[in-house]
Design a protein around this ligand. Sequence first.
Ligand SMILES: Nc1nc2c(ncn2[C@@H]2O[C@H](COP(=O)(O)OP(=O)(O)O[C@H]3O[C@H](CO)[C@@H](O)[C@H](O)[C@@H]3O)[C@@H](O)[C@H]2O)c(=O)[nH]1
Length: 208
Amino acid sequence: MVQAVPQSETTPFYPRSPYVAAKMYAYWITVNYREAYDMFACNGILFNHKSPLRGETFVTRISTRAEAKIALALQKFLYLSNLAVQRDWGHAKDCIEAMWLILQQERPEDFVIAAGITTTVRDFVRMSFAELGIGVRFSGKDENGVIIGLNEELLNQYGLRSDKLFLCSTIVHVDSKCFRPADVDLLLGDPTKSKKKLGWEPNMILLP
Ligand SMILES: Nc1nc2c(ncn2[C@@H]2O[C@H](COP(=O)(O)OP(=O)(O)O[C@H]3O[C@H](CO)[C@@H](O)[C@H](O)[C@@H]3O)[C@@H](O)[C@H]2O)c(=O)[nH]1
């Protein structure tokens, strides 16, 4: 449903949730006030951004909280829905810096603020488990996640015990009943304008 890949300032919007539909009002009223009253009003079109303050209902925190509990043997499984969706995940600090830069410009304009790198939820989960020393592979029809390796050294470094983690055991379950009725398959922002005009560069990016 995305109208172009990557998505720049000129890509048409196609909201896939009531929340994002409401954000369209905020976007257009900003443009309207700028054009009608010559106000210094700008839109930062921010792609997904994270920090330690990220709410626990978002997929990154759902996963990392569950992963930590699994590593501590306080929980057995992580339940997720669609692992194939891709997001352009950046850091909130970088976005705030971009907001400040937008407001320092001579002329008010709209800017895409994005890392310009897209990652599947599947890879995010795999990478964050790996940070703890737990190797996970997703396979099979349901794409459940299975332990394929344990890095004892890394686990020990965090004071974690590997005796409750078993090779070949399934720790990530995909629940297809929980797929969103309308979801965004792929978000990948094009930050070219921000980099060029604002001199903005994200400091924290998620490398696959
Ligand atoms: N929440 C959640 N999402 C899951 C899960 N499993 C897979 N996902 C998928 O992970 C993706 C990201 O979901 P969220 O972390 O909930 O974020 P979001 O819907 O992309 O919302 C963010 O982006 C919006 C713009 O697209 C923002 O408007 C919003 O503020 C937020 O930053 C979605 O495609 C969702 O289907 C799960 O168990 N829980």
